[in-house]
Design a protein around this ligand. Sequence first.
Ligand code: R5P
Length: 304
Amino acid sequence: MSRELVVIQGPNDPGLSKSIAKDLNALHVNVYKKVFPDGEIYLRIPDPSAIKNKYVVFVNTLYPEQNASWIETLLLANAIANINVIKTIAVIPYLAYSRQDKIFLEGEPISIHALLKALKANNVDYLLTVDIHNPKILETWGAGSYNIPASDLLAKEALHYVNKPVVIAPDKGAINRAKEAAKAINTDYDYLVKKRDKITGEVTLEPKEIDISGRDVIIIDDIISTGSTIALAAEKCRYSGAKTIVVAATHLLLVGNAYEKIISKGVKMIIGANTVNKKFSVEKVMLTDISKRISEKIKSIIGF
Ligand code: R5P
């Protein structure tokens, strides 16, 4: 049984494929990649016989280099489809382009639909991702797509830095994530909402229901890109009287000076998951390992 499952390490694996292969007692294999002088990507599975007639898992995340990584992912899916395998399971822990999940302005694409359709057309049977921006997106894929939650793990990790915290979402869109995190650590949750002072007309951003004055706070979100959303949320929580503030966001892209922007608001720690292929050599970022949860999901899908 141990050789019926193979785990392929994609070129942009955030360090998950080896742990998953170990958990599942599966063979772990690499792919060969090169970039042609004109920029096109070439991929090859060096030993196709290693995956023939097997269940195949491949791991490739989509940050950094989300455009090249999408192409790699499609090429890898196609390379696998050209070999006679039993089933293909794509593990894409960070699904780039998920935030363009609807037409906001007439004339726009639904980017994530375009990309998921292309992946499915390349014979991928199952798709596993982590804390997708909007789980409804996966309806495009239908049966065989799974969103692995992470907020509860991040919240448990955050408890190392805060005492009896309240979980705060930076906006209403992240309320379900806050609920999930709060449930995991048995506490209360809320989201920030714009409030207008009836007398002065001044607009502020404050928790909708809960008084957070004097309380420790975990601010939760799915993704930190430029850091503007979280920096503003931290500043407003501090203004509302929060004591210690910790940030828990699954996908830490932390573009440009995002880290400094957030830390300058007095945030004690930024907790993320190992879903993107980025190393952090800063003091106040810590990553929670999501690999076990992915392995468990794969086991349940293929019945190993
Ligand atoms: C928005 O809907 C997302 O959940 C994040 O809040 C947002 O993408 C974060 O972006 P940034 O870090 O650039 O503010």
